[in-house]
Design a protein around this ligand. Structure first.
Ligand code: NCD
Length: 329
């Protein structure tokens, strides 16, 4: 493993709640740590002892397969004890509040809680009441920071410096926590972001994040070096935001004819889950321009990096409080 120089790490965040709270240096530090862990996950024995004796709890109050599995495997690769809190079988059903649930999880001496929740702000809320670390694994339509960190890691790994990189993000922007976190991260790294979708799925507030906005997918395609496709978030929508899926496919669906009008080196990305035949056909999802499975592999390395950095910040705090207890004695 490329040596991580612990004493040089600047990371000091107790929680990872959103890209909004991070700086460019923080993002680059997650990337460089993830580069080191990428080597670990390719080994025959894919494990390091960095989180031995620590407990990571995955609390997913919303359906998820890939993000939960990725966090679970990342924690195992770091040698942490991992508990998957099954919400369907929990006291949530008996009316216990989110806060009571996490206070109980903390009382079991857990160190890191990974929370996915349907409500925006849920991770911030619990972080304000806990001394353990909180990772936001997606809160409503608000933020999904580890997705943006793995997407930018994938681009930097592939292309090096991404300053000025023209990135087109297309689809249901309004309901996408992925889009919000990704725009923030790409802007911090100097990329040029254009957002595209039907007017009802593309709020003007995104302009304040430093992105430009268009409704003309065909017009935007030829300039893009990266096209990042988002699915329609049916579970978060009221009806009537666009005429129908057929209309969406004809105006915003990627297809072979549209691909032929893109740059020959265009990169296609998607956070998953993919709706094959809607955002893009299988020939493109599985084709040479697609980085979709690399995103998944990199998600593991990036989540190992985030766990490592949060643990590093916890160790620093624990050392400081031991030292002040000694000097106070
Ligand atoms: C995204 C999510 O859940 O926000 N997926 C993911 O984390 N893999 C995007 C989506 O659901 O469309």
């Amino acid at each position: 493993m490329t040596m991580l120089q612990k004493e040089k790490l600047q990371w000091s965040h107790q929680h990872l709640l959103g890209i909004r709270e991070l700086t460019e240096i923080d993002i680059r530090e997650v990337h460089s740590t993830a580069f080191a862990f990428k080597e670990v996950i390719r080994r025959r024995i894919k494990k390091v002892p960095a989180l031995r004796g620590r407990t990571v709890v995955n609390l997913f109050v919303e359906p998820s397969t890939r993000t939960r599995v990725s966090f679970e495997l990342a924690a195992q690769r770091m040698s942490a004890d991992v508990l998957n809190f099954d919400v369907s079988a929990s006291s949530f059903k008996k009316g216990e509040s989110l806060l009571d649930t996490v206070l109980n999880i903390q009382a079991l001496q857990s160190d890191i809680i990974v929370l996915r929740h349907p409500d925006a702000g849920a991770a911030h809320l619990i972080a304000n009441h806990l001394s353990c670390s909180v990772i936001n694994a997606g809160d409503g339509a608000h933020e999904h920071p580890t997705q943006a960190l793995l997407d930018t890691f994938t681009l930097v790994e592939k292309l090096g410096d991404i300053t000025g990189l023209p990135v087109l993000i297309s689809g249901d922007i309004a309901h996408s926590r992925v889009a919000r976190s990704l725009v923030l991260a790409l802007r911090l790294l100097g990329a040029e972001v254009t957002l595209c979708g039907p007017a009802t799925l593309l709020p003007q507030e995104f302009v304040q994040l430093g992105a430009s906005v268009t409704h003309d997918f065909d017009g935007a395609l030829p300039q893009a070096r990266v096209i990042y496709l988002l699915r329609i978030q049916h579970e978060r929508q009221q009806s009537g935001l666009f005429p129908g899926i057929g209309e969406f496919i004809s105006l915003y669906g990627m297809n072979e004819e549209r691909l032929s009008r893109c740059r020959p080196d265009v990169i296609i990305m998607h956070p998953g889950p993919i709706n094959r035949g809607v955002e893009l056909p299988s020939s493109i999802a599985d084709g040479p321009h697609s980085l979709i499975l690399e995103q998944v592999t990199n998600g593991l390395a990036v989540r190992m990096a985030v766990l490592y950095l949060l643990n590093h910040a916890r160790l620093k705090t624990e050392r400081c409080s031991r030292a002040s207890a000694r000097s106070g004695a």
